[in-house]
Unconditional design. Structure first.
Length: 449
């Protein structure tokens, strides 16, 4: 049996409501914590980490915050670069793979003590507050994140292309790795729904049970961090790249979302044929209305659009249906209904993604936008028939998506005009660099010209 690599020590679950400074002090002492990792993400969703000695940490970090150079992580220009990270007490966990370290997620503030407007976590908290002002008490999300493992040892059991879904050992050579990762997540306080081998060769998925929107975004960042950390024990590499292999399935980051009022899922209606309330249908309408602009946030890299092609279970078309995996939105077959957005991939910043979904959905509810479901396999429908259905295609590349985003007043106003401008500028730099690179396709098509 594969040895578990995690230290056998006192681990407390993640209790976000109950955690406070005194409880954190007790946990630091009981677990002999010497170092605190402070996690936050930049605007593009890249994890940034500060390592702080635990001695004196509680007094200094929570009271005054920790100063850092915002220009070095793309938040500001050099003239106004000073920002503060202030740890969120509710996010304290003892790291299961480290001997004497814990983690806190930070919020970003400016030097006057006000929340920094381009902090992705703050952007999502504003979107949640906007929903509360509309009467929606809680937004629940369950993320599905896919990733590939790359082996440093010879593959004894080969899996055929697109034939890996739920495959069993010995072909599922990553079972022990996945189990250890799932157990590390459970020790960090997350309730695991399941883990399994995905469709692609050596493609993995771990899904947690539904949590609130902030916790869901926090989880996405933490999973990517922990998946790579655990992989080092197995001499594995992990990639969340949207399309790492041209002949196999891409990596998605589907979002299952529902709105709740007084503990009741208001997207559910038992009398509807799809079990969807009218509010849910309007929410779907808002997503479809803003889908092309939302794509720039859900699929923010050049590589993202190599995944959004037919026949790989990734959506290419702006449509919804009950079981339809070829469309943008699917309604999974279960009683506790949710709306599954299928185009997002793991390069998306989850805080921005969930914010954009919320603003688009609320706009649909406000304007009572509604589209009829389509249950046909859209991969097999010709373009003329698609026009008859009124179905649009998702943007075919990053530049097309950015142009849509910059013309979407609802998303820009919600996330912040300046934030969208910074995001788009960084993404255009990425596009320009990609277009200047000479690759194998250039040689294949043009070398003998």
């Amino acid at each position: 049996m594969k040895q578990n690599h995690f230290h056998k020590k006192f681990i407390i679950k993640y209790y976000p409501i109950l955690m406070d400074k005194d409880k954190i002090k007790v946990l630091i002492e009981k677990n002999n914590i010497r170092w605190i990792q402070i996690h936050f993400t930049d605007l593009l969703g890249k994890l940034r980490v500060l390592h702080i000695p635990s001695e004196g940490f509680l007094n200094d970090a929570f009271k005054d915050g920790i100063s850092f150079d915002g220009s070095s992580v793309g938040f500001t220009n050099v003239e106004k670069s000073d920002l503060l990270v202030v740890p969120d007490k509710k996010t304290f966990i003892v790291l299961p793979h480290e001997e004497d370290e814990a983690r806190l997620i930070a919020n970003i503030y400016d030097t006057s003590g006000k929340p920094f407007l381009s902090d992705p976590r703050y952007i999502l908290s504003r979107a949640i507050q906007k929903a509360k002002e509309q009467g929606y008490d809680e937004i629940k999300i369950s993320p599905e994140i896919e990733f590939y493992i790359l082996n440093k040892y010879e593959r004894d059991y080969e899996i055929e292309e697109k034939k890996g879904y739920f495959i069993a050992p010995p072909f599922d050579i990553a079972k022990n790795y996945r189990r250890e990762l799932a157990e590390a997540l459970m020790k960090s306080g997350y309730s695991i729904k399941y883990h399994h081998h995905e469709t692609g060769r050596y493609q993995q998925e771990i899904e947690i049970k539904t949590v609130n929107a902030i916790e869901a975004a926090d989880f996405c960042i933490y999973l990517k961090y922990l998946a790579r950390e655990v992989a080092t024990f197995y001499n594995l590499l992990v990639t969340f790249m949207p399309k790492p292999f041209s002949d196999d399935a891409g990596n998605g980051m589907h979002a299952h979302i529902s709105f709740h009022v007084k503990g009741r899922n208001i997207f559910y209606d038992e009398n509807d044929g799809y079990n969807l309330s009218q509010t849910a249908r309007y929410f779907i309408g808002g997503i479809i209305e803003h889908a092309r602009s939302l794509t720039a946030i859900a699929n923010p890299t050049v590589n993202s659009y190599k995944r959004l092609i037919p026949d790989f279970e990734a959506p290419c078309y702006v449509a919804w249906g009950r079981y339809n995996r070829s469309g943008l939105i699917r309604i999974p077959a279960k009683k506790d209904i949710d709306i599954e957005l299928r185009n997002a991939d793991p390069t998306a910043n989850p805080y921005l993604l969930y914010s954009a979904i919320i603003y688009a959905g609320i706009d649909g509810i406000k304007k009572k936008i509604e589209y009829e479901p389509i249950e046909k396999n859209l991969y097999k429908v010709d373009k003329e028939r698609m026009k008859e259905y009124g179905v649009k295609e998702l943007p075919s590349n990053l530049m097309e998506a950015l142009a849509e985003l910059e013309n979407d007043d609802v998303i820009k106003r919600g996330i912040g005009k300046e934030t969208i401008e910074i995001f788009a500028e960084e993404k255009r730099k990425e596009w320009k660099k990609y277009m200047c690179e000479v690759n194998n396709i250039d040689y294949e098509f043009y070398f003998d010209s």
